[in-house]
Design a protein. Structure first.
Length: 277
């Protein structure tokens, strides 16, 4: 179900991970294939998608926030203030629903002297916009995981190898492309799966900056997932709070993230990891 509306939530939030800030939602909700496994949108929206029509107000919220933000060189970007424009959707998949056009929305950030846009996608094959004439390179973060895991957790998604072969195509179209290793799954044998993935990345996409995010889940989503998906995402402990949020035990996660970096550095410079948690 798609509902058109004008959002009243015009709050731009400071962020220290994928971006300097998160813009108010232009689209809230998604039709992506991970909805019934690990995507947090499933417990908020289900299959509902809200398309916010007041694009100018959304953008102006970011502009006003930026006036009070003291940008310094950081892992997000050394120069521009990076704005996550699609925190609660995949704008590439959902681009036909963007009020106006995705191009026009991206151009609003490009025309601003300090702001630049960033968004994550699992569907890079659907992104065909040529932005070589933009003043700045908009950033797209292509999400990857081992194909074995993707087949279980996101079976309707674009295949991993296909996503990889799209990376250089997007660069040719003028995009800045980063990789989003998310969610990172620590299932027995995971290190072999990611070693194989890194070999493919190096072969088809070369070295790129990336972000690494370990799986966080919720009992609501686990209960909706298939038996095979629940097995893959299982944790060794129960939720530690009433919210039902599930995370890997901190000691296990710390060791696993170090192992991830040890495997990663066999193929890439560790400095290309923008952040990992």
């Amino acid at each position: 179900m798609i509902k058109k509306q004008k959002t009243k939530t015009l709050v731009t939030k400071t962020n220290n991970n994928s971006s300097d800030c998160i813009a108010p939602n232009i689209i809230y909700g998604c039709f992506g294939g991970c909805l019934n496994t690990y995507c947090y949108m499933s417990r908020y929206n289900g299959d509902r998608v809200f398309v916010n029509q007041n694009v100018d107000e959304i953008f102006n919220s970011v502009v006003e926030w930026e006036k009070t933000y003291d940008k310094v060189p950081n892992q997000q970007d050394p120069v521009y203030t990076m704005v996550d424009i699609a925190c609660n959707t995949d704008l590439v998949l959902m681009q036909k629903h963007v009020p106006g056009t995705l191009y026009n929305y991206l151009k609003m950030y490009d025309d601003h002297p300090q702001l630049n846009s960033t968004m994550a996608t699992k569907y890079p094959g659907l992104l065909t916009l040529d932005v070589n004439h933009f003043n700045k390179k908009p950033r797209v973060r292509v999400s990857l995981m081992p194909q074995k895991y993707s087949d279980i957790l996101e079976p309707k998604m674009q295949k991993i190898l296909s996503r990889l072969t799209d990376i250089n195509r997007l660069k040719d179209l003028g995009w800045e492309v980063h990789i989003n290793y998310s969610p990172l799954i620590f299932y027995p044998g995971w290190s072999v799966e990611y070693d194989t993935l890194f070999k493919l990345v190096k072969k088809y996409a070369g070295e790129n900056k990336c972000e690494v995010i370990a799986l966080t889940n919720h009992v609501f989503q686990m209960n909706k997932a298939s038996e095979e998906a629940r097995e893959l995402m299982k944790y060794s402990d129960e939720p530690k709070n009433f919210s039902g949020v599930m995370r890997y035990p901190i000691k296990k996660k710390t060791v696993a993230l170090q192992n991830f970096k040890d495997i990663y550095k066999k193929y890439f410079n560790l400095e290309t990891i923008r952040y990992i948690f």
